[in-house]
Design a protein around this ligand. Sequence first.
Ligand code: SF4
Length: 354
Amino acid sequence: MINDSINGKINIFGMTIDELRNVISDLGESRFRAVQLSEWLYKRGLQFFPDMNNMPKSFIEKLDKKYTIQRGEKVVQFTSGDKKTSKFLIKFHDNVAVETVLMRQSYGNSICISSQAGCNMGCAFCASTINGMERNLTASEMLAQTLYINDLLKKEGEKVDTIVIMGSGEPLINYDNVVRFMRLIHEDYCMKLGYRNITLSTCGIIPGIERLTHEGIPVNLSISLHASNQEVRKQIMPIANKYDINDVVKAAEIYASATGRRITYEYILIENVNDTVDHAKELVNLLRGQLASVNLIPLNPVTERDWKQPSAGRVEFFKNYLLKNNVTATVRKEMGQDIKAACGQLRNRNLTSL
Ligand code: SF4
């Protein structure tokens, strides 16, 4: 059972069907009402108990006395000029706010959610870490980000098709809440989202990858690698001081063989830092023969840092080098540059005004 108490009331939003059954029997009602309640909460956007018009009034009053529905609240939304990317800042009961991004891709609607408010992993290219980590998000708060956008899309006859947990935060540091969230959105009574439509992105927390390998939920795993050797990785990702790059790749390889899921390695290309031919060669040696692909991301200039995006020619060369050497590679399309869609930038700009 989640212990999510707000202003003396328990947050019911984010409970599993079994937890809802327990709530209902504690209130002396028939357990079959749990299915109705879950529909209201997860499919019909319920915000206030009295809006449930198929429930007895006495039951609603009992619920209202003890429980609350915390779905978060949108503070601000920006949509890119081409309308394909929208970025939302969603605020929770204690004024903590996080970013959630909707990307309308050719293959469907993809959202990127945050798992922590801020982050303390310190990756040098990332705006989310500049103000440190405020707190972990609960499963309910991750669900709130997801259903907020799903409900918006429903009005257009669409839905969220894929979810990436790649916004602010390191999900494997907030393991229990993140796994709970992924299980919940997979359930029929919630979003019925296949595990293959969920991607968890980590900077390479090896114990977390090992635990996830045995969790029985074969989600896609994405590793923020961003370097081809330990020395460069240490310069840009402090987590490399704790976990060796070879051990991270090994843990991911074991995950891939246990789940059958191809690993995606995220690689932000930074001019003269990790984009030379030697880096490309090292990357090939590290990944050749694995069930993996590399997602190359030309650095999205973060105003707070002083690094440059490589030229388009350099990016193309790097990609082709990998492909020629049998390592699958793609270059990520830039989306939403005009609304500062890079990780953490919107939240940082709004921190002072919340
Ligand atoms: S890239 Fe991810 S893990 Fe690294 S600081 Fe940013 S949010 Fe944290």
